[in-house]
Design a protein around this ligand. Sequence first.
Ligand SMILES: [Zn+2]
Length: 235
Amino acid sequence: MPHKKNFLLNQLSPDLLSRIALSLVVGPLPQGEVLAETHARINKVYFPHSGIISCVVETVGGGAIETGMIGNDGVFGAAQALDDKVSLNHVVMQVPGEASVIASDQLREIADETPAFRGLLLKYEQFFLAQVQQTAACNALHSVQARTCKWLLRMHDLAGAEIPLTQEFLAQMMGVRRTSVTEVAGELQKAGMIVYSRGHIRILDLDMIQQRACECAGDIRSHYRRVFQSNEAGE
Ligand SMILES: [Zn+2]
């Protein structure tokens, strides 16, 4: 079943997954596709199989910064669907992929009838909030190089070593000037940690990237493990 490529859907019992599968549609998510605008109602919920969804806070002056990433480890739109709420961020596909998609109303109906499913979605929401808080601290306290390395580690966790991405986009995600990112990317490339070409970054030496990254990628991983421990034990 393709839906099992998503970690959360893979946690469901076969009966529950078959039931939800009746309402799920698998579809492509092209790079740059906007899944939600700030303050807009969310009509669909996305369980990615691949690719990365990026949640971005935009400021009035035209600035933007990424506050959270969602890959095949999570879901976008579920918490909002449960509460009939709007999106708090601009949400866009950063790395293209595929997802199982369900209408928000249908998700809410199934979650209302199935406490185990609702519980799983709320667990992810708890993790996502921890990720956002970690990112806020990281953006304020850590250097651009450490943050870039952390970001590469997180990308690697979710999407692998090949990242289709421009430096301009990376600078926007990190809320820094493009020249700062160009400088850091140049240093990392010189050290043999990455190679980049137009619109593409490839990770060559994960260990070295790990050494230069701040602790935040590791902290985000352990938040995830803590929240989902019971599931990993084979719920
Ligand atoms: Zn950090």
